[in-house]
Design a binder for this molecule. Structure first.
Ligand SMILES: *Cc1c(COP(=O)(O)O)cnc(C)c1O
Length: 415
């Protein structure tokens, strides 16, 4: 980890900030390659690592991820096109489409490229079965319970729309339509607690025995959390892998066939590789509260607003404007949007929280950490603010991997 810390420091050297200031002013998804590599290495015991691209879907990042031998998941036609553009093919199950629906245009592309489909509803079986018999499919099982860092990211149980509930019916439908079942998949939520892993594994075993036919893969899904808060620990991957490995071995022996074990994280791979660099535009005392208003809002990073998520926040003073005496202030950090909920420091209930930071003045930089996942990929044009650039930091160089959107392009569809 010290390697990463050093790199982080290195990246935030004043020369770099000058560069950023000159060239971008504001940027996003500042991805550090070395960190990606370290995260992937931690997962190397799994037979397949499948990157959940919805966490960070920039084509340039997908290309890098592909170069490390990682597979990819797509959850929409747009994500399929991104994966194909980055060079992924359906060969070796490298690209899998996961969804609960199949729209006509998506289905057409899936058949054209023979992309395996991870099925989340009985309607999908009918839809693909009717026109593409023998199509390779996975079943995404809803194990009837879920988990996640927030109720909105819990993807199991009867309060979730995701996955197959009635396995027996799914199996008989697969047989009826002559689809070829290659794997079983379970993703119970994003930001899962390892206490649930045994329950998940038991459910996978039951399901596999129930189905009682040869399969090639099982997938543990994603959801592996990262330490966002200072006291939080890294996930115990050894325990996680061992539980799933045992599960795989047992199913493999019961079904008498070799089975590959997949894992499908998004956040775990990219979250810590990204920082959002913003600038202080105003400092406002409002009664007892001191607000900093920065030039990024929930259109750029929605996690705090949507989930009450915590992100580490740090300050870099402007060049030549280092304060003579360092003091701290308790701040509430807000964005520029015309909406009072545009805040980066709230709890799960949306209540304001204060963050103690070095005292800042307009022009200083506010760095929001761990924004490599569900940052840029969840950004929007709310308040007609254009998408901000994404910059890749590699071998001491900065590369723009997504240009700043022009307002001209933003309004184009309406003209
Ligand atoms: C979102 C999602 C993931 C990744 O979740 P993370 O929390 O980013 O690891 C994996 N699989 C499926 C099907 C998903 O929808």
């Amino acid at each position: 980890m010290s390697k990463i810390k050093n790199l982080q420091k290195e990246m935030l050297r004043y020369e770099n900030i000058t560069y950023l200031k000159k060239n971008m002013i504001l940027l996003y998804g500042y991805i550090m390659l070395i960190l990606l590599k370290i995260k992937l290495k931690k997962l190397k015991k799994f037979d397949n690592i499948r990157f959940a691209q919805k966490s960070c879907s920039n084509i340039n990042i997908l290309k890098i991820i592909k170069s490390y031998g990682v597979k990819v998941d797509a959850v929409s036609l747009g994500e399929i096109i991104r994966a194909l553009t980055a060079g992924f093919t359906s060969k070796n199950n490298d690209l899998v489409f996961t969804s609960d629906i199949l729209e006509d245009k998506t289905l057409k592309k899936i058949i054209q490229y023979h992309i395996p489909v991870n099925i989340g509803s009985l309607n999908m079986i009918e839809k693909i079965g009717k026109i593409s018999p023998k199509h390779p499919v996975w079943l995404r099982i809803n194990p009837k319970f879920g988990d996640g860092h927030h109720i909105k990211t819990n993807t199991g149980g009867e309060n979730s729309k995701h996955g197959i509930w009635d396995i027996n019916k799914a199996i008989s439908d697969l047989k009826y339509y002559n689809l070829s079942l290659i794997g079983l998949h379970m993703h119970i939520g994003s930001g899962i607690n390892l206490d649930n892993i045994k329950k998940m594994c038991d459910s996978m075993i039951q399901c596999a025995l129930n189905i009682n036919q040869k399969i090639q893969f099982i997938s543990a899904g994603g959801g592996l959390n990262i330490p966002y808060k200072p006291h939080e620990k890294e996930i115990n991957l050894e325990f996680y892998y061992n539980m799933w490995n045992k599960t795989r071995n047992f199913i493999s022996s019961q079904l008498s066939c070799p089975i590959k074990l997949e894992v499908e994280p998004g956040r775990f791979i990219v979250a810590q590789s990204g920082v959002l660099i913003t600038q202080v535009c105003a400092v406002k005392q409002m009664g007892n509260n001191c607000f900093i208003i920065i030039n990024s809002g929930f259109n750029d990073l929605i996690r705090p607003m949507l989930y009450g998520s915590y992100h580490k926040i740090s300050v870099i003073h402007q060049l030549n404007k280092m304060p003579i005496v360092q003091s701290t202030t308790d701040y509430i950090i807000a964005g520029p949007l015309c909406e009072s909920g545009d805040l980066f420091t709230t709890n799960h209930e949306g209540l304001l929280l204060k963050r103690t930071l070095p005292t800042v003045i307009p022009g200083d930089y506010i760095i929001i950490h761990d924004t490599g996942a569900y940052g840029a990929s969840m950004s929007s044009n709310y308040n007609s603010r254009p998408l901000i650039p994404e910059i890749l930091y590699q071998n001491n160089n900065f590369y723009t991997i997504r240009k700043r959107q022009k307002i001209k392009d933003l309004i184009q569809l309406e003209l």
